[in-house]
Design a binder for this molecule. Sequence first.
Ligand code: ISE
Length: 340
Amino acid sequence: MPGISSVAVGIIGTGGMGTRHAVNLHAHIAGAHVAAVYDCDAPRARQAAAQCGSPLVLDDPLALIHDARVDAVLLASPDATHAAFVHECLRCQKPVLCEKPLATSLTDAIDLVAAEDAVGRQLIAVGLMRRFDPYHLAVRDVVTSGQLGRPILYKGIHRNASIPYDARGAVVLTNSAGHDVDAVRWLLGQEVGEVFVRGVRSHRLFSDDAADLLLLQLMLGDDCLAALEIYVGAEYGYEVAVEIVGERGTATTGQPDHAIMRWHGARSAAVPQDWLARFQTAYVAELNAWVRSVQTGEPFAGANAWDGAQALLITDACVQSLHSGQPVTVHAPARPAIYR
Ligand code: ISE
């Protein structure tokens, strides 16, 4: 779509994340506007529309994808619907920003990569927004500058205040840990070769099969480790942090700046309660980069379908490890030319 002055975006799914994207697009992104929205809950779609310039409210997601008034699609519907909608976007060759995960099964993700490869150019962007977070970008700059020497350990924490879905380990891995394994690949510039995962339920009142606190141990090449805590029932708030240990030093994501308050004999700082608050800057930067890529026809600077599929390849191995109690080897397939 090179030359287009304002990209008409159709949004599928206007829950918390979709509405945040709609409002961000409307309020913060030059060169794009919300042209249409769809949600299976029509009043919710109308509510979102009222907050982003009163675009069309459509009652069929496939009609939205095919609508000639929509140039590009932003997908924030439930995870299980992603693969089918992305396929539809590829069929009519429309750029799509799909919230993570790209799909809920590895097979579906591999099919999407093959379908995009057959189209011959990148149309799929995946919403792995940590790649646009200023704190993560600062760490990446230090790592790629070589000042720390060779990275030898990635330590990550990822805590959610409450569980937004069922707390079984497989869902936690696909829906939440996908961010972490993507951040490992992106920050270290290396592929994961082996995973080992343990999980427990954090609260005894959770069902017996809950595993909302997971420890992931990853091996990258022969000489680099990653240790990830994924804890989605943390109650006190939402936190994501990373420390990279190199041969000669470390780099850590500073926490977002909040006022330190001294009051009633205590010193405290607020903790964000969810990802919408913690990653607002990243969501806006991600949208900006996506809109520019649609306007210029250049590949998106964030995660592409290949990255989305790699996240599923690794979390799929993590599910196997969690269930078997054994380390699992990850075999990365050859990367198609359009992603090189
Ligand atoms: C949620 O879907 C997100 O994308 C958040 O960034 C993540 O922290 C959370 O665990 C997911 O459920």
